[in-house]
Design a protein around this ligand. Structure first.
Ligand SMILES: [Zn+2]
Length: 293
């Protein structure tokens, strides 16, 4: 972990990479910031390489195996689990990082996807998340979602998901895990995030500036489909953001149950590459225009 102080006072932001040990783009982007001796113009910036234990097991012959050691580190961010007695590699590390997450006014959590998908911000369900996403203006896809049945994400931890608090968090999916463009997307998102937080006046020299705004596509997630059986399969090879025209279309089979789209023009968000019981298979959402204000 590294703390970078700006020349002027300002907010505190945390940027985390490697919450999932095989999602390398965030680590490459943070390494770039560190090797360029980057500093914000104002405020305090905390850079975190979250799950180094899992990352250190990365093996290019089994690139999906090092997502975590004991459990998904992006499902443990509830005070019940963090204050509880259960032990795991990921819980121990989350407990170390907790005070930094609690001290942050803003959080950006860097991720990538198993399947090729456009880069997207996951802004949560609160108005403040959508406002921060709109202020960032990049990447152009914004998904307003409530997370997973399997556990609380860092993005939704504590005050970040409290409508009464001004603290705000963003998760970014920078493209596919091993796409060579994903680290650049991560760096562009960092620039857009720090500018939106008022911590940076412009991209430093040699850094990619976030591309100019081309309008955002906002998708409001209504359902998270959790896998109930050992026998789940999709009806087609979905990637991400397919729009299914008719309500009641079967998109998957889960044991003896058909998984049907709940309404017309239903958007499929991040179908799982490898369905696992108890985890999220896909999310259903709708395209909306502008903020909900
Ligand atoms: Zn991830």
């Amino acid at each position: 972990m590294t703390i970078l102080e700006g020349a002027e006072p300002g907010p505190t932001a945390m940027i985390s990479a490697l919450i999932h040990g095989n999602e390398l783009c965030g680590a490459v982007a943070l390494d770039r910031l560190l090797s360029a001796a980057f500093k914000p113009d104002r405020g305090r910036l905390v850079l975190v390489f979250a799950n180094m234990a899992a990352f250190s097991r990365f093996d290019s012959a089994h690139p999906y195996a090092s997502r975590f050691i004991d459990e998904d580190m992006n499902r443990v961010w509830s005070s019940e689990l963090l204050d509880g007695r259960r032990q795991s590699v990921e819980l121990a590390r989350a407990r170390e990082l907790r005070p930094f997450a609690e001290a942050a006014d803003y959080l950006l959590d860097l991720h990538s996807t198993s399947l090729a998908a456009p880069a997207m911000l996951l802004c949560g369900t609160r108005e403040k998340g959508l406002k921060l996403a709109e202020k960032m203006g990049y990447p152009s896809h914004v998904v307003a979602d409530g997370g997973h049945t399997a556990g609380i994400r860092l993005r939704d931890f504590g005050d970040f998901d409290d409508g009464a608090s001004a603290k705000s968090a963003m998760l970014v999916e920078c493209g596919q895990h091993f796409d060579s463009a994903s680290p650049t997307v991560a760096l562009e998102t960092i620039t857009a995030f720090l500018m939106a937080c008022g911590m940076l006046d412009g991209a430093p020299e040699d850094f990619p500036l976030a591309p100019s705004r081309a309008g955002q596509h906002i998708i409001e997630v209504s359902h998270s489909v959790t896998i109930r059986s050992e026998h789940f399969y999709f009806s087609a090879e979905y990637q991400c953001f397919e729009v299914i025209a008719e309500a009641g279309t079967r998109i998957a089979r889960d044991g003896t149950r058909d998984v049907l789209t709940p309404y017309d023009d239903c958007v499929l968000v991040m179908p799982a590459r490898q369905p696992v019981r108890g985890q999220t298979a896909v999310r259903f959402g709708r395209h909306v225009t502008g903020s909900k204000a």
